[in-house]
Design a protein around this ligand. Structure first.
Ligand code: DGL
Length: 258
């Protein structure tokens, strides 16, 4: 069983990509929406939540855990790996590399939470590429709250998205990296605001491939995956939340019935 968690519903954008590769696995997803957003929380607060959630996911039977949250990855994954040495944790990677390779203007934009942008993981990755490309950053101010409220496309959502995307486009970014797992739910609005020429990069498919690779390494999957013919069956996902679960369930239905 694969455990997946996020501060809220955002990690469903990662779960979707894992289910695409492994449609017949069993999943348990924990949305920590009573404590959302994580973006402005201290490292110690996020680590405490990550521990509590890990204990819960393990009690549910998870054998491997995907930290489907950039902010929690930045704040807590090293600590989780040290505290649970027998469990493999897969975290989010800021997709700066594919953006740096693909940009034509030489300017890439990164949208993420304040916690992710301050984290050493992001700063190290950025350090590798900033001699070659210009990297401009912006916090997706209010994006997480929109997604948690289920407001994915309204005039209000567009106005909020515009505020954070405009500075990136103003700096000539032609590629925008989504550095928070909530943001893919707003991708249609981000694209509309940014314009059709702008490429949006979501690291979730790469994280899903990494999950398969790690599961093969630890023997949870065969080294050669058998062909998994498309299935119309609903994925086997147990949804858990520390707060109300109605929006979580609605977004879940939305992504798995389309
Ligand atoms: N979905 C999260 C991330 O990827 C966290 C957003 C938040 O809670 O601030 O960073």
């Amino acid at each position: 069983m694969i455990g997946v968690f996020d501060s809220g519903s955002g990690g469903l954008s990662v779960l979707k990509e894992i289910v695409r590769l492994l449609p017949r696995e069993e999943y348990v997803y924990f949305a920590d929406n009573a404590f959302c957003p994580y973006g402005e929380k201290t490292v110690a607060e996020i680590q405490a939540r990550a521990h509590a959630i890990t204990d819960r996911l393990l009690a549910e039977g998870a054998q491997i855990i995907v930290v489907a949250c950039n902010t929690a990855t930045a704040a807590a994954i090293a600590d989780l790996r040290a505290s649970y040495p027998d469990i493999r944790f897969i975290g989010m990677e800021p997709a700066v590399k594919p953006a740096a390779i693909g940009t034509r203007t030489g300017v890439i934009g990164v949208l993420a939470t304040a916690g992710t942008l301050k984290g050493s993981k992001y700063l190290n990755t950025k350090g590798k590429y900033e001699d070659d490309v210009k990297i401009v950053e912006h916090v997706g101010q209010g994006f997480v709250e929109l997604v948690e409220a289920g407001d994915l496309d309204s005039p209000k959502a567009e106005a909020i998205v515009r505020e954070s995307v405009k500075p990136l486009i103003g700096a000539c970014a032609d590629t925008i990296v989504l550095g928070c797992t909530h943001y893919p739910f707003l991708a249609p609005v981000i694209q509309r605001v940014a314009g059709d020429d702008v490429t949006i990069i979501d690291p979730a498919p790469a994280v899903a491939r990494q999950t398969v690779k790690v599961m093969q390494e630890v023997g949870l999957l065969p080294a050669l995956l058998p062909d998994q013919p498309e299935t119309k069956e609903a994925p086997k996902v147990k949804l858990l939340a520390s707060g109300a679960s109605d929006n979580l369930e609605r977004l879940f239905q939305m992504i798995f019935t389309h």
